[in-house]
Design a protein around this ligand. Structure first.
Ligand code: FAD
Length: 414
């Protein structure tokens, strides 16, 4: 593009991710003249990485509990306008056949995330959205009812500006946090931004011994001694800490609490299907029948073998203790460890290894019916840049499509 270019649009969308592309399509469908400015050389890089390359783009199960933020209810008016059914219709219309798996998770029938990106890019072309890639945005200003964009390549202006620059997760896909600068310059408040859907760091040295274990368990997260949430599923224990879906699901709460200086720990139930009482009866049953055996001999059929030495140690029992020499308090302590191994959470992997980030544009400063700023007329936001994050299962993309659509629809029809 010529360096003296000055381009005029009704709507300019910053960021060609899931939210930005949807916003641009939605605005163009309202008849607006739309441009999309992206600082990477291509659109939708992050989409390619989603769902292990298969793109879990939404979920049949929709409820407030699937969305998080300082005010999760903010999502409701947005989802009412563009929820699950509208999303499925939209994707069918642009050539993506939704395939439902595992009781509610939707993927493209091709099983390829690249098709989702391609379908969106094709639709942008079809709707005549001008897409500019490799744009070096320097500033956005509002003067005389128009937004002015100074870029290394030239100037742009528009009546409506939609910021969809994502969060800070996986910055190699383009979301490097640079968009937050423009947002604060417009006077918007950002809530604390931390990695979400990420591996959590544990303090205990026994984690080294447990690395590699995958166990069906229930993970409970405590903040300042208060139970915050419980997540069932396959937990992965690593040298660093806790990974797998249950750890990912609770990580945003843990990291926001650590950010606020609170004490965080996890309690892992390795035998969620048995109650304390049942387990105590099971161990004492073994005591009666095989009292001469070592204390750990009753556990291999119950928990992963690698766990046994750690559970015994945490219960204060020596591995060479005979079962008959254990008192009822010893049995209780052992059962307590099986049903609630304590792990202090002290951090997480970085934003680069996170699937999303929690925090962003404070939703109290946005109109939930339109995604428009309450501070600056004509300024809209969409996607992960906003203080809404989803649980694992397609909810982050659903938020990107929904908020993108709503911002584009209202911005494009102004
Ligand atoms: C490995 C991985 C797997 C995931 N899997 C899933 C999944 O299966 N299901 C699910 O729902 N979610 C998943 N997510 C999360 C989901 O991908 C994101 O929440 C979603 O893509 C966010 O969309 P967005 O458009 O808001 O932001 P992004 O996709 O991050 O897009 C932001 C865009 O803005 C551009 N940009 C940023 N700053 C600027 C700037 N200053 N100037 C110009 N352009 C800029 C970026 O380059 C980028 O193209 C996954 C994430 C990762 C990292």
């Amino acid at each position: 593009m010529n360096s003296r270019n000055k381009k005029n649009y009704d709507v300019i969308v910053i960021g060609a991710g899931a939210a930005g592309m949807t916003a641009a399509i939605s605005a163009a469908r309202q008849g607006a003249k739309v441009a999309l400015l992206e600082h990477m050389e291509q659109a939708g890089k992050k989409i390619l990485a989603t769902g292990n390359g298969k793109c879990n783009f939404t979920n049949r199960v929709q409820g407030l509990e699937c969305y998080r933020g300082q005010d999760p209810a903010f999502v409701l008016p947005v989802l009412e306008q563009f929820g699950l059914e509208s999303t499925l219709d939209f994707f069918r219309e642009i050539g993506i056949f939704p395939k439902e798996k595992r009781g509610g998770y939707f993927y493209p029938a091709s099983g390829q995330a690249s098709c989702v990106r391609q379908a969106l890019v094709q639709e942008l072309l079809f709707r005549k959205v001008d897409c500019y890639y490799g744009v070096g945005l320097r500033s956005i200003k509002k003067e005389k009812d128009r937004f002015w964009y100074d870029t290394k390549e030239g100037e742009y202006q528009s009546r409506i500006c939609i910021i969809a620059t994502g969060g800070k997760a996986a910055k190699k896909t383009g979301s490097d946090g640079s968009g937050f600068k423009y947002i604060t310059e417009f006077g918007h408040h950002l809530t604390a931004i931390v990695p979400a859907l990420v591996q959590m760091q544990g303090k205990q040295s026994f984690l080294k011994e447990l690395a590699g274990i995958r166990a069906d368990s229930v993970l409970s997260l405590y903040i300042d001694e208060k139970l915050i949430c419980k997540e069932p599923g396959e937990l992965q224990l690593t040298e660093f800490g806790l990974s797998g879906i249950p750890a990912f699901q609770v990580s945003r709460y843990a990291l926001l609490a650590l950010h606020a200086g609170q004490r965080v720990y996890a309690s892992i139930d390795f035998a969620p299907e048995q109650s304390h009482k049942e387990l105590e009866a099971y161990v004492t049953g073994w005591q009666k029948r095989r009292g001469g055996c070592l204390v750990g001999s009753c556990l291999p059929g119950l928990v992963n073998q690698k766990l046994i030495p750690v559970l015994l140690k945490e219960a204060g029992l020596k591995h060479n203790t005979a079962l008959h020499s254990c008192g009822s308090k010893d049995v209780r302590r052992l059962v307590t460890c099986i049903k609630g191994l304590h792990v202090d959470i002290i951090g997480s992997k970085s934003f680069d290894q996170a699937q999303a980030c929690a925090g962003g544009v404070d939703t109290s400063q946005l109109n939930p019916k339109t995604m428009e700023s309450k501070l600056v007329r004509g300024l809209y936001f969409a996607g992960e840049v906003v203080d809404i994050d989803g649980a694992c299962g397609g909810y982050n993309l659903q938020w990107a499509w929904s908020s993108g659509w709503v911002a584009g629809f209202h911005g494009g029809s102004k």
